[in-house]
Write a protein that binds this ligand. Structure first.
Ligand code: FES
Length: 107
């Protein structure tokens, strides 16, 4: 039995620009994660749904990246304006939003 109904990991990995590699942290994912956490709490699901910061999820070029369990939905290329839709459809609901879906997870 799971401790949480849903568990969401948002990549906050931030690389130095000099590395030449993309990183989700450059998309302000710490701010996005905090906002999503507040939205979940405001929806009355703060104890059932966990929103956690993650290190690199291996999807750097498709970021910002998140994964939603237990469905195992991997999303990339989302912004603050998309959080409400992701919350309603895929976190509170179980529907997949195709335009954010990371289909090829090989970097
Ligand atoms: S830096 Fe976010 S997936 Fe790698």
């Amino acid at each position: 039995m799971s401790l949480y109904k849903k568990h969401v990991f948002v990549c906050e990995n931030l690389r130095d620009v000099a590395s030449g590699r993309a990183s989700c942290g450059s998309h302000q994912t710490a701010k996005l994660r905090k906002k999503l956490k507040e939205m979940v709490k405001a929806a009355g699901n703060g104890k059932q749904i966990r929103i956690n910061a993650a290190g690199c999820l291996g999807q750097c070029s498709k970021g910002p990246a998140m994964v939603i369990y237990p469905q195992g939905i991997w999303y990339g290329n989302f912004g603050e304006e998309d959080l409400e839709e992701i919350l309603q459809e895929s976190i509170l609901g179980d529907r997949v939003i195709d335009r954010f879906l990371i289909k090829d997870k090989m970097e």
